[in-house]
Write a protein that binds this ligand. Sequence first.
Ligand SMILES: *Cc1c(COP(=O)(O)O)cnc(C)c1O
Length: 393
Amino acid sequence: MVHYLDFLKNEIDELKAKSLDWKIRELQGPSMPHARVDGKEVLMLCLNNYLNLSNHPKVKKAAIQAVKSHGAGSGAVPAIAGTMDLHIALQKKIAQFKGTEDALNTQTGFAANAGLIPQLVGEGDLIISDELNHGSIIDGVRLTKAERKVYAHKNMDELKKLLEEAQGKFRRILVITDGVFSMDGDIAPLDKISQLCREFSAISYVDDAHGDGVLGEGRGAIHHFNLEGKWDIEVGTFSKAFGVVGGYVAGSKALKEFAYNKSRTWLLSGSMPPATVAACTASLDVIMTEPKHVQKLWKNTVYWKKHLQKIGFNTGVSETPIVPVMLGDSAIAQKFAARLLEEGVFAIPIFFPMVGQGKARLRTQMNSALKKEDLDVALEKFEKIGKELGAIK
Ligand SMILES: *Cc1c(COP(=O)(O)O)cnc(C)c1O
């Protein structure tokens, strides 16, 4: 007998047969370079908290104090009664950090995109998007009735052509891009995108999830390109370099008011709890007052990339602490990751459909809390397994 819920198991079995299912690993303790995963001590090369701020004493202390002073939850959606003095302080801090007129905190980066994009544009408008943009942007775009065009990754000639063709045909045009692309670790040419947007009166929108805490002395991709005051909309997350969870929208005061009056994710979902808000504020403070974390992150990045290349690995087009080790074949990437884990190094294999066919890789991410000795151990393992699998000579 066929049961109406059989599809649950059937569809998962299909994924498993293709090795496309997620095997969830259990992290038994804090997220840091030396961590316990599934009962085993490993060296983590897959962490988004680039600056180890999730374990910074000031950030942890702020979270604990906020629970004592404000409780465990915010008690409401932000527009009704869920905006506390802590949230207002965070908004001010984000604006200060970003050098924008104002800013709004959101529950997550995903919620920022999914809530804001469908309000900015609708029927009669056009969205132009980089082909490698993050899934939360894609989902935000799917919620609109606007027309969509995609340009080849970072291809400014194509973007210009699309903008030229669109002239006079739409009410608004929104150009949207990641600041740093999460699979390759390359940087969007925001300077050129900004110029084109100005030339064609299009709205510039960047999601800087992997640029914050990394580029521009930690202040993100806009700072990196000296575009403060020249860019329309910045969106980001507190779940990566800031080491907590949450999101933001930064720009003009009008943008902030527009976002909180219209974003459905903001209006219909509970606000960040006090501990989270206070930890985010503390995290921004740490980046602004302790430049050593960002400096160490880059020192490690330079060392790691240089030595991987010296051993004979191809690190693709990486320009940031996201360093892919290009392997090509998905079976080799999976085998490589499994062997690394046996040897106590945790790196993630990435393969089709997350990246194109034949572009399988291991994605490694640098962290300010990695020591040179850690990197040397990891390099030794990469070399050994690379030779074992014929990925290098
Ligand atoms: C990780 C990521 C997000 C999601 O952020 P959350 O705050 O974790 O929801 C959004 N956009 C980009 C580009 C990301 O890399």
